[in-house]
Structure formats: structure tokens, C-alpha cells
Design a protein around this ligand. Structure first.
Ligand code: ATP
Ligand code: HSE
Length: 307
């Protein structure tokens, strides 16, 4: 095989209480990428559609992760990368991660799959760091592993796959503003109050247990963020109105998707997810903010080979 076309999914990181460690994979939105072998040694981004992004490999997250893997694999050929970007950069649903993870996933297939998903996540984090000025894997991991993931540690990198209850759906609303992850990280405090830390790790533990046992009530009681939301919600217009509407419409929980501005809701069943979508659309419909929304099953597969 000399060429592969893939679907590289969008993802939701943090998941309320799990800043920098929890994430889940979406099914209904993602980028498409083509990766092909070339006689020219090196990494070459040859086509970009959808959004204006750098063609220089060192300035594009897809190229940076690919270069990291290439330096390790040392093949006697090169790779060309085409990016068909559907996920708006700075949207909060892992646009940078879809590129960083997609390039190494495609290269790995063309190399005969010498690397596992944790090793691919290591290379992809190098690309992610270009976008967010920090190596975090909470979008990368669910894009590669699928479902829910917990990043146990970054150094050494250890990623845990968490079961996904089969009736869990996500509703996403994306106000058309850009929030760069690097900027949204810069406003966070360096220290937190002990009482908030206790609440946060209690919620992470109970959320994980709720996912393992498909206990939707426990999932609902665990989707709270005492540490990051108070700072980042100020960056998102009408955030608290959206959150209140989502909960009133039956969402299990609602929070900032990654570094925002997208807002996610988790729901039990597609009917609840669609009801939440209708409710939260009304919040922005009465404002001058452009937005889009979608409902997605949790994508248990992650990356998909299209051809
Ligand atoms: N291939 C790429 N895809 C997306 N963004 C890229 C890419 N290459 C470089 N970038 C830059 O990375 C930034 C987007 O990454 P950022 O992490 O800020 O947003 P995001 O990934 O959509 O959000 P989040 O990480 O919160 O889900 C933009 O400044 C963009 O120009
Ligand atoms: N955990 C990262 C995810 C970015 O998508 C952050 O919130 O900064």
C-alpha cells in the first residue's frame, strides 16, 4: 500500500472535571487526510483544503508529529500529506489533534503498523505542542484509541481506555469565535484551593466509575468542574445560559469542550441529545453570535480508514 485516505475524528477534551487527562471521541465530525509514500525523503504537506494553514511541515501540527515519527522510523522514502480540514482551528473539538494524530496514524499503516497507539500518541503530542505550547494528550488519545480515554501520565506516556456506555450521546454547540488553546491555558491559575482539588478528583473518580458501570445518574452527578470552568467560561459568550438550558432540557452534564469555545453536553439517548440541541440553539438564536450544532454518538473506533 502506497497511499491511504483516513477520517480523523474530532474530540472533546477535559470532560468537565478531567482537565488535561480525560477525553472522548466524536463520530459525526472530523477531518479527512490522505497520506502517501514518495521517493523524496522527508515530510511534505502537498494540499490543504478548508482552512488557511501552513504548508511548511515544521509549522503545521500534522507535519511536526510526522517529522517526530519519521526521525524515529528512518524509512528510505518520504511521505506526502493532504489535509481536508472540516474542524475549524481553535474551535475546541481537537482540530490540531485531528491533524497531529491523523498524519502519524496514516504513516503507521503505510509502514506496516510498527507502532502502537500509545507510541503514535507520543509522536502526535509533539505536533499538539506546536498549537498549544504544551504536550497534552487528552485530545490525541481519544482520536487514536476511540471512546473515552484517561491519560494516566505524560512522561512516561500511559493512556487508559475507559468503557463507553452504549446509550451515551454528545451534543456540541460551536459559537463561531476562535479561542487558541495556548491563550486559554495562559489564563489558568498555577495553584488551586485544596477544597476544589478534593471536589475535582472525587468527580473524576466517580465519573470513571459511572462510565465503567453505565451508571448515568452517577455520570450526571460527576460532570462538574470547580477549577477550570470558572476562569474559561468568561471567554465564551452566553456560556452559563447554554449550560442552564442544556440541563433544563435533560442533559446529564454540560461543559467547555477542550479550551473552548465549543460547549459539549452528554446525554442518555439520542432523543435527549436532540432535545438539548434544540434548547441550546435558542440561546444563541436570540443573539448576534453565529454558531453551529451537532449531535454525535461516542465514536468507539477513533480513526477510520476510508480507502
Ligand atoms: N493542521 C492543523 N490543524 C489545526 N490547527 C493547526 C494545524 N497546524 C497548525 N495549527 C494551528 O493550531 C491552532 C489550533 O489549535 P488549538 O489547539 O488552538 O485549537 P483546537 O485544536 O481547535 O482546540 P482544542 O485543542 O481546544 O480542541 C491554530 O492556531 C492553528 O493555526
Ligand atoms: N486540556 C487541554 C485541551 C485542549 O483541547 C486544555 O484544556 O487546554
Amino acid at each position: 500500500m502506497n497511499e491511504i485516505k483516513i477520517f480523523s475524528p474530532a474530540t472533546v477534551a477535559n470532560v468537565s472535571c478531567g482537565f488535561d487527562v480525560l477525553g472522548f471521541c466524536l463520530d459525526s465530525i472530523g477531518d479527512e487526510m490522505v497520506i502517501r509514500k514518495t521517493d523524496r525523503k522527508g515530510i511534505f504537506i502537498t494540499k490543504i483544503e478548508g482552512y488557511d494553514l501552513p504548508f511548511e511541515a515544521e509549522k503545521n501540527v500534522a507535519g511536526v508529529s510526522a517529522l517526530a515519527m519519521y526521525a524515529d522510523a528512518k524509512p528510505d522514502f518520504g511521505f506526502e500529506i493532504e489535509i481536508y480540514k472540516n474542524i475549524k482551528p481553535g474551535s475546541g473539538v481537537g482540530s490540531s489533534s485531528a491533524s497531529a494524530a491523523g498524519s502519524v496514524f496514516g504513516m503507521n499503516v503505510l509502514l506496516g503498523n510498527p507502532y502502537n497507539n500509545t507510541e503514535l500518541s507520543y509522536f502526535a503530542m509533539k505536533g499538539e505542542a506546536l498549537a498549544s505550547q504544551s504536550e497534552h494528550a487528552d485530545n490525541i488519545a481519544p482520536a487514536l484509541f476511540g471512546g473515552f480515554t484517561l491519560v494516566k501520565s505524560v512522561s512516561p506516556l500511559e493512556i487508559l481506555e475507559i468503557p463507553t456506555p452504549n446509550n451515551l450521546y454528545a451534543t456540541i454547540i460551536h459559537p463561531q469565535i476562535e479561542i487558541k488553546t495556548s491563550e486559554a491555558r495562559a489564563i489558568l491559575p498555577k495553584e488551586v484551593a485544596l477544597k476544589d482539588a478534593i471536589s475535582q478528583w472525587a468527580n473524576v473518580g466517580s465519573l470513571i466509575h459511572g462510565l465503567h458501570t453505565s451508571n448515568y445518574g452517577l455520570i450526571e452527578r460527576s460532570l462538574h468542574d470547580a477549577i477550570v470552568e470558572p476562569h474559561r467560561s468568561k471567554l465564551i459568550p452566553l456560556y452559563h445560559d447554554v449550560k442552564a438550558s442544556a440541563k433544563a432540557a435533560g442533559a446529564l452534564g454540560c461543559g467547555i469542550s477542550g479550551s473552548g469555545p465549543s460547549i459539549f453536553s452528554l446525554c442518555e439517548g439520542i432523543d435527549a441529545a436532540k432535545k438539548v440541541e434544540l434548547a441550546i440553539r435558542k440561546v444563541y438564536a436570540n443573539s448576534d453570535i453565529e454558531f453551529d450544532t451537532y449531535v454525535s454518538k461516542i465514536n468507539a473506533e477513533g480513526m477510520k480508514i476510508l480507502k
